[in-house]
Design a protein around this ligand. Structure first.
Ligand SMILES: O=C(O)c1ccccc1N[C@@H]1O[C@H](COP(=O)(O)O)[C@@H](O)[C@H]1O
Length: 245
């Protein structure tokens, strides 16, 4: 059984990047979404990417950004992988064919098939993973954004978890069998991630708020604790492959 991959998101300073690497993260998330508290400049992102070891992947986050902008940032920073956290369509992913894409979708228990349908039917060779995140409450949409289905658009970085059991139930359904690897996000913390892994058994977990001391400020001891909790959960279920510190 393979180990659970770990992405620490919202890294926007060199010290936090070092802490994530030293703790054993597989990927670090660099947020280029305009009104995020974790937004990183291209200049700092370049510095972070330059100091990452060979096998730690930088992932650039965007939400409903134009393809050209994503390409320009990815090229300037040196990114091979981006995470699309908005209302993007399969065509938007296909247009980024020189990049690997993690597509974030909001988890709505009754709308799973609708949410993920496009991402399993289309044979998008650059779709690396589908990430499930918690949708915002209806009252808290950013700038009044809402999707075509009338549900609020996905904002990300909310620090709120969703019903993992409901996701695990849906994953057992045939409709989700053709999905690319699943990334679990939304309100994960050092305290709850072991439980989340045991319920969902995702390919990877992604955390931002849960390893912060205050909004946008990463906490080194919580980053370490998160990685240790994932490793502990993997050890318990007999998964192999975590590197030794
Ligand atoms: O972290 C952000 O500020 C952010 C902004 C816009 C889109 C996505 C963002 N982060 C992603 O949100 C999820 C859940 O984060 P959290 O752990 O609940 O805080 C995660 O995938 C982050 O990468």
């Amino acid at each position: 059984m393979p180990r659970t991959r770990i992405k620490i998101c919202g890294i926007h300073d060199l010290a936090s990047a070092d802490a994530a690497v030293e703790a054993g993260a597989d990927a670090v998330g660099l947020v280029f979404v305009r009104d995020s508290a974790r937004r990183v400049t291209v200049k700092v992102a370049q510095q972070i990417v330059q100091r990452l070891p060979a096998f730690v992947e930088p992932v650039g986050l965007f939400a409903d950004a134009p393809t050209r902008h994503i390409r320009e940032v990815a090229s300037a920073v040196g990114l091979r992988t981006v995470q699309l956290h908005g209302e993007e369509h399969p065509g938007d992913v296909a247009a980024l064919n020189d990049l690997r894409v993690i597509k974030a979708v909001a988890f709505h228990p009754s709308l799973v098939v609708e949410s993920v349908g496009p991402w399993q039917r289309e044979r998008l060779t650059n779709l690396a993973a589908v990430l499930f995140d918690t949708p915002p409450p209806l009252a808290v949409t950013r700038e009044g954004q809402s999707s075509a289905a009338g549900k609020p658009a996905l904002l990300g970085g909310s620090g709120r978890a969703f019903d993992w059991h409901a996701l695990a139930e849906r994953c057992a359904d045939e409709t989700l069998s053709a999905l690319p690897p699943l990334v679990l996000a939304g309100g994960l913390t050092p305290e709850n991630v072991a439980k989340a892994i045991s319920v969902v058994r995702p390919y990877a977990v992604d955390v931002s708020s849960g390893v912060e001391s205050s909004r946008g400020v990463k906490d080194v001891s919580r980053i370490r604790a998160f990685v240790e909790a994932v490793m502990g959960a993997d050890a318990q279920r007999g998964a192999v492959g975590h590197r030794q510190g």
